[in-house]
Design a protein. Structure first.
Length: 68
């Protein structure tokens, strides 16, 4: 099983940035799955429901197959 973490943020991009910082890896070394997009609140205000992503570290075999 490959290591992965689930992180929430106000937006998907914020959640991804938090995960990359926690894993100390660049974006091309991970696989990102959006579990839940953020939902706007009353009058379009952000933050009613946060976004949630799962970020998994790509192993060498996956890197090679993705390039093909």
């Amino acid at each position: 099983m490959k290591p992965s973490i689930e992180i929430a943020g106000r937006t998907v991009e914020e959640a991804v940035k938090k995960a990359l910082k926690e894993l100390k890896l660049p974006r091309h070394k991970v696989k990102i799955e959006v579990l839940c997009e953020e939902q706007k609140g009353l009058f379009g205000m952000s933050g009613a429901k946060p976004a949630k992503v799962r970020v998994s570290i790509i192993n060498k075999k996956e890197e090679i197959s993705e390039k093909l």
